[in-house]
Ligand binder design. Structure first.
Ligand code: CS2
Length: 494
């Protein structure tokens, strides 16, 4: 079949096959600078903005993407070639697929090539919001103390050379300094990462950094800049070559980096914006005074639930989250973890029925068309589990609640980090900034059962809790002896 490359000049041909932006992209102005353009930003925030553009022509709210790292070059190159257009492929559980070309991004800058342009763009008076999906690691805090990590060599360098920023903190500071010097109001910093109190964390880290570089500027930021907390949600698996082929074969459109996602979408945001915001409520965003209970619910159920399936799933040899859900032992284990361990330590949220929320998570995880790989779910577990799972365990230890399910997952994670292969002797794809340290600690387990727990930045002082240690030792022994994670899960669910 003849195909059209996805780019602005081809929109008129493509639009007869697949919905394309109908707003005038030439007229789009950048109101938002977004740092960290991956699949998730493109399925979530950019999609909300696209909807506003389609329905309300809010042309002041285009998005300029920014990549801080060399690893962002591929996204930059592809999007630039495609005039920042990409296709969002929404996969419904019943097999329906709805694809749409998204036009909300109107620029992209790669900070490693043009750092000054990034500063100027953030500092431009039209920019009202700088939003972030920089992952847990991007916030540069010490996981044990929660303090800003001044040991990071990039941070040390940019503290000395404020006009040559490297990390997000260097860029935000340089841009805010410029705005202040020009008498322009600051932008709002909108964190969209899966971190509880993400806005508060962004604020604390930025202020720690600026205080070292420019105390006077820090005072201004403290008074003037808003950092709303947010809860973001839309399952967005890694794009596969099959998605690219699908668009080409079905619609004759060549898009080199489309995004796949589920139909569900949610964004809960605190309404604290110093310098204006798009009318996102018109696109379904919930504005609330306090996002804490929502983010806690989501992180402790959805994100933890993912890990509870993914880690043993990887060991057993399931390749996707929906494969795990098709396995009744895994599905029941995950639900029981949610019911018996996560829910008892959650706060009630007015207007939310937790049972229904959990039912909906089961349905979403089971969506057979999302094919979310367990390797994506297990990636960066060293940053995820201390936020998603270990707090639930600690709270249950404190109130004598059930710890069985979470303990099995931590023991399974040790085995996973140690062995590097699954139970079919196939290699595991382990993606983790701490991969080497995790393996190093885990490999001594058979001699010293608690070896893996001796990583305080991840486990805190869990290895000193008698009740936990007893359970953990039992489970570790069984995992290594039996080499059958599913059997152990089956025994737990009774
Ligand atoms: C997943 C998330 O990687 C993970 O831990 O749980 O990426 C999850 O898919 C998103 O938070 C969904 O909103």
């Amino acid at each position: 079949m003849n195909f059209s490359e996805l780019k602005q000049d081809n929109i008129s041909q493509i639009a007869s096959r697949i919905p394309c932006p109908t707003y005038d992209r030439q007229e789009l102005k950048t109101g938002i600078v977004h740092v960290g353009v991956g699949g998730f930003h493109r399925s979530h925030q950019a999609y909300y903005i696209h909807q506003l553009l389609e329905k309300y022509n809010t042309l002041d709210w285009g998005i300029c993407g920014v990549g801080l790292r060399e690893a962002d070059r591929k996204m930059y190159t592809i999007l630039k070639k495609q005039d920042y257009l990409y296709t969002l492929i929404v996969q419904h559980a019943n097999g329906a697929v709805k694809s749409e070309v998204i036009g909300a991004l109107n620029e992209f800058l790669l900070a490693v090539d043009t750092p000054n342009q990034v500063i100027d763009k953030m500092a431009h008076p039209d920019t009202k919001i700088v939003s972030l999906t920089i992952t847990e690691g991007g916030y540069n805090f010490n996981p044990l103390t929660g303090d800003f990590n001044f040991e990071n060599p990039d941070v040390q360098q940019e503290l000395l050379q404020p006009d040559q920023p490297k990390t997000i903190f260097g860029f935000l500071t340089a841009a805010l300094r410029k705005r202040r010097a020009n008498g322009w109001p600051p932008f709002t910093i909108l964190s969209c990462d899966n971190i509880q109190h993400n806005g508060d964390v962004a604020r604390r880290m930025l202020l720690a950094f600026v205080q070292k570089q420019d105390a006077e500027l820090a005072e201004w930021i403290e008074q003037e800049v808003c950092f709303p907390n947010t809860m973001v949600d839309r399952i967005t698996p890694v794009t596969t070559p099959a998605a690219i082929d699908y668009l080409q074969e079905t619609y004759g459109v060549k898009d080199e980096w489309p995004v796949i996602c589920e139909p569900f979408i949610q964004w809960v945001v605190e309404d604290k914006f110093a310098n204006g915001r798009p009318p996102l409520e018109k696109a379904g965003v919930q504005f609330v005074p306090n996002v804490t209970p929502y983010e806690k619910m989501k992180i402790r159920l959805l994100n933890a639930g993912h890990s509870v399936l993914g880690i043993p799933g990887a060991i057993h040899g399931h390749s996707t989250i929906n494969d795990c859900m098709e396995d009744v032992v895994f599905a029941r284990f995950m639900r029981q973890f949610m019911d018996k361990e996560a829910t008892p330590v959650l706060d009630a949220i007015e207007g939310i029925d937790l049972e229904k929320y959990k039912d909906s998570l089961e349905e979403r995880f089971a969506n057979p068309n999302i094919k979310d790989s367990v390797s994506r779910i297990c990636s960066e577990s060293s940053a995820k589990l201390p936020k998603f799972l270990i707090p639930t365990l600690q709270e249950n230890l404190a109130k004598d609640g059930s710890i069985e399910y979470a303990t099995l997952i931590l023991a399974a994670w040790c085995y996973y980090s140690d062995q590097g292969i699954n139970e079919n002797n196939e290699p595991l794809e382990i993606i983790d900034a701490m991969k080497a340290e995790l393996h190093q600690a885990a490999q001594h387990t058979q001699k010293e059962a608690l070896a893996f727990l001796k990583q305080p930045a991840i486990f805190g002082d869990l290895s000193e809790n008698k009740r936990f240690v007893k359970k953990y030792k039992e489970v570790i022994q069984l995992i290594y002896q039996e080499k059958n994670i599913r059997k152990l899960m089956n025994e737990s669910i009774g």
